[in-house]
Design a protein around this ligand. Structure first.
Ligand SMILES: C[S@@+](CC[C@H](N)C(=O)[O-])C[C@H]1O[C@@H](n2cnc3c(N)ncnc32)[C@H](O)[C@@H]1O
Length: 237
């Protein structure tokens, strides 16, 4: 079991509680933007990469896909997702896979992913896999931590507890010691890392968005100009 898988198993319950909160960050910034970019998924096959406890998988199910699959590396996250699926009568299937080298049995009309990519060391194989997973003309919506946001975060130097020299410390769980500690390590990718991995693998960029806080959600004014997310819409042509 690798380091990231261990961390996610350990913090699955806390993370699920954190993201299930009513006024969670994502409700006001990320999801409305994703919704504005999503194609019509009614009757389509959809896969959610790094689905975690199924937060977005179940939101996507509301749009009535024909087939819905969630993939995650963490058994604990998957356990929570499956429990939720059972209690809400969901048809979503949750499977274990490491997105560094995951090969699904089928191709999908829509590939979705939220806040997975900063746990992936090398983006090239990730976007190669996304290309292979998509049907012809299929659409990928990938929401990532904005490179501007992660660029200013202190790097952890080699020799410390970090699993990789390019890791950084994520500070956005300040105030929650358990989450802050457990979510510490991930990878900073630049805009060119994303763009090069996308174009190298033959995907077409249809749209990019960097949603900001709305006035009402922006309580202290300090983060208005720093977008938290970069959301990219891609197509296989
Ligand atoms: C920040 S959470 C996002 C979960 C979910 N997409 C959401 O938005 O609530 C990141 C997820 O990526 C998963 N993950 C990290 N590395 C992975 C990998 N190599 N393959 C598959 N899943 C991975 C973690 O287990 C975790 O559930």
């Amino acid at each position: 079991m690798n380091h990231i898988e261990q961390l996610w198993n350990k913090m699955a319950t806390a993370y699920d509680a954190f993201t299930s909160g009513k006024n969670a960050y994502r409700d006001t910034i990320e999801w409305p933007c994703i919704q504005s970019m999503l194609p019509d998924i009614k009757g389509k096959s959809v896969i959610d990469l790094g689905c975690g406890s199924g937060r977005y998988t179940f939101l996507l199910e509301d749009a009535k896909p024909r087939k819905l699959t969630g993939v995650d590396i963490s058994d604990e996250m998957l356990r929570i997702a499956r429990e939720k699926a059972q209690s809400r009568g969901s048809m979503a299937r949750f499977v274990k896979g490491d997105l560094h080298d995951f090969v699904p049995e089928d191709q999908y009309d829509v590939v979705f992913s939220s806040t997975l990519s900063h746990y992936i060391v090398d983006l090239f194989p990730l976007f190669a896999n996304i290309y292979d997973m998509l049907t012809y003309k299929g659409i990928c919506i990938i929401s990532v931590v904005n490179p501007i946001y992660s660029a200013h975060i202190t790097k952890v130097s080699q020799g410390e507890a970090a699993p990789h020299a390019d890791s950084f410390i994520q500070p956005w769980y300040n105030g929650d010691e358990e989450l802050e500690e457990l979510l510490s390590y991930s990878y900073h990718h630049t805009f060119s890392d994303y763009i090069n991995a996308i174009i190298h693998n033959g995907l077409t960029i249809l749209e990019m968005q960097e949603p900001l806080h709305s006035e009402s959600a922006n309580t202290d004014g300090s983060v208005r100009e720093i977008p938290s997310y970069l959301i990219i819409k891609l197509q296989k042509n």
